[in-house]
Design a protein around this ligand. Sequence first.
Ligand SMILES: [Zn+2]
Length: 85
Amino acid sequence: MKLLMCLECNDIFNLDLSEKICSCGRSKGKYINQQLAEYTGKSAVPLGFSNPSFIQAIKDQPNEGMGKEFTAFVIPKNCETFFRK
Ligand SMILES: [Zn+2]
């Protein structure tokens, strides 16, 4: 799952085929197709969730105590499937 963070307003949001914009309007992005996504904005940081680990963490959500961790990562500046426009 691809997400975008805006370092100006701290919004983090998932992407869709129609363009999404953060609260302050400086970061925006969208999926071009099922694999490719693009974003714009100097303050935009591309993020990824490992889908299998995220789904497993939801399934294993504890009732109390520590939360269930999953894998999230900052996507490289040069990435063929999620790139700055
Ligand atoms: Zn913003």
